[in-house]
Design a protein around this ligand. Structure first.
Ligand code: PMT
Length: 397
């Protein structure tokens, strides 16, 4: 999977440095050429010999070695990817400001290759506004952040900030270096549930968390797409894509229409209200006045409208949240809304659809049907985008 890819593995001084040994081994097993760079802090936690034995080259530690007068530019220019694992608060802050005071930070500033940071630190540090701001600036520059897990930390503490699982880190590296099959493609994704106001404090809404849409946006981004996200829920801070925050179905309609001309692919994962109150009360409805009579009118069906005006080269993907007759309803929506693909989820099944981290779907096309068994929403997103890529290549042949 990573055959011959040159990876600079930067290890910094945190207790999670011992897990970088496992990451190093997995990268080498996957065929990568790994050049380890250890900071002086890292050497308090792990031994140089361990990395030299496992990696493809001996450890490098200093800007002032005897082998090369400019090791940071050699490493930075030769790398296909620079991975920092773990990334301490200090290296994150240095990288954000361009402070290049040792071999690793100088390499980070000298490279044009993609950079993957794997933050690991105590919860208080992870949640500090300075760290979060540094990470969101780095993400907006295109740096990939592998968010830490929650769990046991040094000193017996428990909380967010534990280094991500080595398998997730290596999977991110593979994705970043991966097929890049959406380079040059603009993907518009909708996420979350719309809210239709009844009065200034109440609304009609639904249970969509935005997770499936965010997973689609992240997957498209990692495959090289330019991503436009229209969402009712703020996305994770490390998503790093163009984001339009909206609330109602009308606002989502307006935002999607204003950006859809630039999109090669539109994926409507949002749960958009089908009906909205005809009137919104100016002030909070009073209980003493008895139950209100709320008259509803249909919203614009955004997917159907896009289906009517779709360009020949655009791919339109709808979702269908169903509780019965799932396949029949999905195929009906595929045809009626003139979508190219329709992703059906049975939201009455355990672990499926709204709010869960997992989903189980069937992807319907005019000439295909693919089951994606219950799995992480990110893997569902991958399967959906694989189907998009296959659809585009079938159409162009
Ligand atoms: O956000 P999560 O918590 O992760 O949950 C994910 C999800 C369950 C919301 C997602 O997997 C999903 O099924 N999204 C579509 C939900 C939905 O509105 O389904 P629907 O069958 O009512 O609509 C069919 C399609 O038409 C959808 O693509 C929808 O975005 C679109 N639509 C619907 C109404 C409308 N006015 N305009 C639309 O474009």
């Amino acid at each position: 999977m990573l055959d011959g890819r040159r990876i600079v593995l930067g290890v910094t001084g945190g207790i999670a440095a011992y897990k970088a040994v496992e990451v190093c081994r997995r990268l080498v097993d996957a065929g990568a050429h790994v050049s380890p760079v250890l900071t002086s802090g890292a050497l308090h936690f792990v031994g140089e010999t361990t990395f030299s034995a496992l990696a493809s080259e001996p450890v490098q530690r200093t800007l002032w070695g005897e082998d090369s007068p400019i090791p940071h530019t050699r490493l930075g220019q030769g790398a296909d990817l620079v991975l920092v694992c773990p990334a301490t608060a200090r290296v994150i802050s240095d990288y954000r400001t361009g402070r290049s005071h040792d071999l690793l930070t100088a390499t980070l500033v000298a490279t044009r290759a993609p950079v993957v940071l794997c933050p690991a630190m105590h919860t208080e540090m992870w949640e500090h506004a300075a760290i979060q701001e540094n990470l969101s600036v780095l993400a907006s520059r295109g740096v990939h952040i592998v968010a830490p897990d929650e769990g046991r930390l040094a000193g017996g503490d428990v909380g967010a900030g534990r280094l991500a699982d080595p398998a997730r880190i290596v999977a991110t590296v593979e994705r970043v270096l991966g097929p890049g099959d959406l380079v040059g493609t603009t993907v518009l994704v909708t996420a979350g549930g719309t809210r239709e106001a009844i009065d200034p404090v109440r609304f009609i809404g639904n249970r969509s968390s935005g997770k499936q849409g965010f997973a689609l946006a992240a997957e498209a981004r990692d495959r090289g797409a330019s991503v436009i996200l229209v969402t009712t829920t703020p996305p994770p801070p490390d998503l790093g894509v163009e984001t339009h925050l909206v609330e109602s179905a009308a606002q989502m309609h307006q935002a999607v229409v204003s950006r859809s001309a630039d999109a090669d692919v539109v994926v409507m994962a949002a749960a958009v209200a089908d009906f909205t109150p005809v009137e919104v009360a100016d002030s909070k409805l009073k209980k003493q006045e008895g139950p209100p009579r709320i008259v509803l009118e249909p919203t614009v069906d955004i997917l159907a409208e896009l289906g009517r005006s779709k360009r020949a080269d655009q791919v339109l993907v709808g979702f269908a949240a169903e509780t019965h007759d799932v396949a029949a309803n999905a195929r009906d929506k595929l045809v009626r809304k003139n979508a190219d693909l329709l992703v059906a989820n049975d939201v009455s099944a355990p672990g499926v659809g709204f709010e869960h981290d997992t989903n189980e779907v069937v992807i319907h096309g005019s000439e295909m049907e693919q089951n994606v068994p219950l799995t992480d929403k990110r893997l569902v997103a991958r399967a959906v985008l694989d189907a998009v890529v296959a659809h585009r290549s079938a159409r162009s042949t």
